[in-house]
Design a protein around this ligand. Sequence first.
Ligand SMILES: [Mg+2]
Length: 242
Amino acid sequence: MMPPVGHNTALFLDIDGTLLDLAREPDKVFVPQDLVMALKTLNTRLRGALAFVSGRSLMSIDSLFAPFKSAAIGAHGGEIRGVDGHVFRAGPLSQAVRDLFTGLAGNIPGLLLEDKGCALALHYRLAPEAKPVLLSAVESHRKLFDAERIDVMLGKAVIEARHRGIDKGTAVASLAKQRPFAGRHIVFGGDDTTDEDVFRILPRLGGRGFSVGRHFTGAEYLFESPRAVRQWLVDTAAAGVP
Ligand SMILES: [Mg+2]
């Protein structure tokens, strides 16, 4: 069973692990051209009601799919761009948190630090053995994070610090109020722990969810892999939106 897409659908799509296969480094993902074409077609048919919902920065999202550009939520909700191109950006993280993450990245070989301004992500896919060290470093700075109102999230081979109270769920709820998303039937897809913030609020938004790889509470549909999601989007774009 595939999620239904009609002319009154609003599509909210996570990128890594949902549309694209995960790569060893975030910059090394492969973006198939038939996916870009399908997204472009769907975005036109849905009158712009297609948005990426990613942990990546808007800049990174745009460079992946260039020249295609749509509404988008970046940095796990820290950046929200409407169809009119207007961007909301959360403020930068404090210097103390920035120093802590920079220090960890500098001291452990293989770590990649991604600075999104309003969030910091430490990727350890190239150094999986660093995970326990990172987790204990995070644990020992609990007080700092609480004082700065920062949440530290664990994703697939990534540890990310970001503002408390801002997540993919709050961002989707906010973008869903704007035109052309308002009043449409939301379909959201994700594959990772940070997507649970969206799955959780879908009932309130009257939306439906699909997950990739494994089932998440709140997701009605399950795709086996990003490849299966891409095939569904390519087929849906080819079939036309009813
Ligand atoms: Mg993902």
